[in-house]
Design a protein around this ligand. Structure first.
Ligand code: IVH
Length: 679
């Protein structure tokens, strides 16, 4: 946060800066649908402005962005005055801030506080619209605009199939057949729709939308409704104006009425919630949000009773009876300082974005993958660009789009080199299907280093005391030129290497020694055969039963294994036919590495079970739990499906737990897991 200015002059100057910044951001966001700062930055500036104004009320402008909503409607659309202002929502960025909101409500409600319950809705990430129905027929639809006057988008709204042109007669008569109804809700784009639209745009050499919200806003605010009609827009209704004139008393009833009238409503409402239930729901949705087919950026908690809402009233731009509890933003804007090139295990050259460090979803991101040259060209990413970086769940951060209107003209286009940045050999495509290019030198030290890192990995040979730096040094010095060389390493020579002590050298030698006794599946995975991940390695091990059998299998035989297609079969065959790979495997075996298929333990505590793990365990890592369950005869699967027989739910288990419960699958906790493993 920027330092607080000390005197009046400084405060006034900073206020002017913030006014300008926020107004410009509002204009870009609401009128041009192409923001130039991230939501997180915007929220920070807005908070700073609020704080500064409350400390210096005499300096606050009467038309400050803290007192109004959105931006002036654009003149390209006809103005539509809202009979009732369309307000915004106050934000809570933490659980504490929500509890402060709850306390404020209780204080204002005095003795009526005991009647207070909340209804919790999802906060859809789209744009607010108002749709007016007269005698049950859609007559006008408008955007929020500045809250008082919106933009007429009636023709565009009519193209959205989930918005009824006529309201259900039954629904209307239940409401006493009102002459005029004003429905409010959010127009948004589903993730599938967004992806399909962007694919279409990129194929037509049009710039992609940075996110579904921009895509929805850009699609709705089109002059030609035929364009809107081709965009996959959806609508969810969450409110009616002047509800006190209707025979309903709560927001929960309002939503039911909207559903009866023919609108889509929030599929995950939580009713009758106290503050604790609100926060629990918030946490559950925070975990589940990536499984949803649309984007939400938080939840909205609303005081359920309209009577209590009226007691609480509204401020100039936000009601006192509702609050948006926001998730940590997963997208941020930052500058792409440079693009470096990494050479992977299979020699693929991957362009990596070197970013101005920026916080995304609670962690600092300074590098992100750019995938390959095609991707860079499609998105027209240039060095020096301001880009949108996205981090979702545990996924590696990626650059999703460029903010073109931030370009100065000095940005530089990027082209992957024609030679390997590590060994200088030629690069090229190995087969027509290759998306990226590879270093064609089989002895490229970068490939070796990456392959060694993979080989010693925890899920492979599990010699993770051999760190990346050490492997790099061993590969570069030529001391280790294949997996087999690892098994010749002596304690003394390791101890003499830089930053190594006797103790760690001894640990490494011991870890190398004990890795010799290895499960066949792990060994196959460790070899780094192209297209053979952990699951395929497991399938191969189960099917072949031994390394000898697998080495002698032909492509046709391999293809008979379910889930193994021609591409994977060919890659396995090529690998085992390669004289160099054969020599390494033979050397490994000669040095005592002895891969064995783990027998299916049909008497084990988990025999016959297909187990899914979710949430966090306190006494075991996921990998440990997995391998113990497998040793006890169980199969591990990553998602809850038809074959799942048991779910192990750790702390903060989310959607998988819900799904398992829905499907009637048995669920056990960590303690029961341990008991069964030990018993
Ligand atoms: S209620 C006075 N409910 O969030 C209450 N808004 O930041 C105003 N939004 O302008 C809106 N989901 O565009 C409400 N379930 C929901 C919402 C929602 C998304 C949007 C809406 C609003 C903005 C405020």
């Amino acid at each position: 946060m920027t330092k607080q200015p000390k005197n009046n002059r400084q405060a006034s100057a900073r206020l002017d800066e913030l006014y300008e910044l926020i107004e410009e951001a509002n204009r870009r966001y609401y009128q041009e649908d192409s923001p130039t700062i991230s939501d997180a930055e915007y929220d920070r500036f807005f908070r700073e402005l609020e704080a500064l104004e409350s400390e210096n009320p005499e300096l606050a402008r009467s038309d400050s962005p803290t007192k109004k909503v959105g931006a002036k409607p654009s003149e390209t659309f006809q103005p539509v005055p809202h009979r009732e202002p369309m307000l915004s929502l106050a934000n809570a960025f933490s659980e504490e801030e929500f509890l402060q909101f709850d306390q404020r409500c209780r204080k204002l409600l005095e003795e009526r506080a005991k009647e207070l319950t909340y209804i919790v809705e999802e906060k859809f990430d789209g744009l607010a619209v108002e749709i007016v129905y007269e005698h049950g027929e859609l007559t006008t639809a408008s955007t929020r605009g500045d809250g008082e006057v919106g933009e007429n988008i009636t023709a565009n709204i009519r193209t959205i199939s989930s918005i009824p042109n006529k309201l259900s007669k039954k629904g209307l008569s239940k409401l006493g057949g009102p002459e005029r109804l004003e429905v409010r809700g959010e127009v948004y784009m589903s993730l599938d729709g967004f992806k399909a639209l962007n694919d279409r745009r990129l194929a037509a050499a049009e710039p992609a939308f940075a996110n579904p919200r921009n895509a929805a806003a850009g699609s709705l605010r089109q002059l030609d409704p035929a364009v809107t009609a081709r965009r996959p827009l959806e609508f969810v209704a969450y409110g009616l104006t002047s509800p006190s004139e209707l025979p309903i008393g709560t927001q929960a009833e309002c939503i039911r009425v909207l559903s009866n009238l023919g609108f889509q409503i929030d599929p995950q409402l939580l009713e009758k919630a106290d503050s604790e239930a609100v926060l629990n729901h918030f946490l559950a949705l925070a975990e589940k949000r990536h499984d949803l087919p649309y984007e939400i950026d938080g939840i909205v908690a609303k005081v359920n009773s309209f009577e209590l809402q009226q007691v609480l009233g509204t401020r100039s731009r936000t009601p006192r009876w509702a609050v948006a509890v926001k998730f940590k933003p997963e997208e941020a804007f930052t500058v792409l300082n440079d693009i470096s090139v990494q050479v992977g295990r299979t020699g693929v050259l991957t362009p990596v974005a070197e970013l101005e460090p920026v916080e995304v979803g609670g962690v600092t991101v300074s590098r992100a993958t750019l995938h390959n040259q095609d991707e860079i060209d499609r998105k027209d990413i240039r060095i020096g660009d301001t880009v949108v970086v996205r981090r979702q769940g545990d996924v590696i951060p990626a650059v999703v789009a460029v903010i073109e209107n931030k370009r100065s003209g000095d940005e530089k286009k990027f082209k992957l080199p024609d030679t390997c940045p590590v060994c200088g050999s030629d690069v090229g495509k190995e087969s027509a299907e290759d998306v990226g290019v590879r270093c064609l030198n089989p002895r490229c030290p970068a490939k070796l280093h990456e392959r060694l890192k993979h080989f010693v990995g925890r899920r492979a040979m599990d010699i993770d005391s051999l760190g990346s730096k050490l492997l790099e040094a061993l590969a570069e010095s030529g001391r280790v030129s294949s997996f087999a060389d690892l098994y010749d390493l002596k304690q003394e020579e390791l101890a003499s290497m830089e930053r190594m002590g006797e103790k760690s050298a001894a640990n490494i030698v011991e870890a190398i020694e004990s890795s010799k006794d290895v499960a066949l599946a792990r060994f196959l995975f460790a070899l780094g055969i192209r297209h053979v991940g952990e699951r395929t390695a497991q399938l191969l091990a189960e099917h072949a039963g031994s390394l000898e059998v697998l080495r002698s299998m032909g492509e046709e035989e391999l293809e008979k294994i379910s889930d193994i297609g021609p591409k994977v079969a060919a890659s396995i065959k090529t690998f085992f036919d390669d004289p160099q790979e054969q020599a390494v495997i033979n050397e490994l075996l000669r040095r005592g590495v002895s891969p064995k298929a783990v027998e299916q333990n049909s008497n084990g505590a988990f025999a016959g079970e297909t187990v899914v793990l979710t949430g966090s365990l306190s006494s075991l890592t996921r990998d440990e739990a997995k391998s113990l369950i497998e040793k006890a005869g169980g199969k591990i699967s990553s998602s809850v499906g038809k074959s799942t027989t048991l779910l192990v739910a750790g702390e903060k288990a989310g959607s998988k737990l819900e799904k398992a419960e829905k499907q009637g699958i048995a669920v056990i906790d960590e303690q029961t897991l341990l008991q069964r493993l030990n018993g």
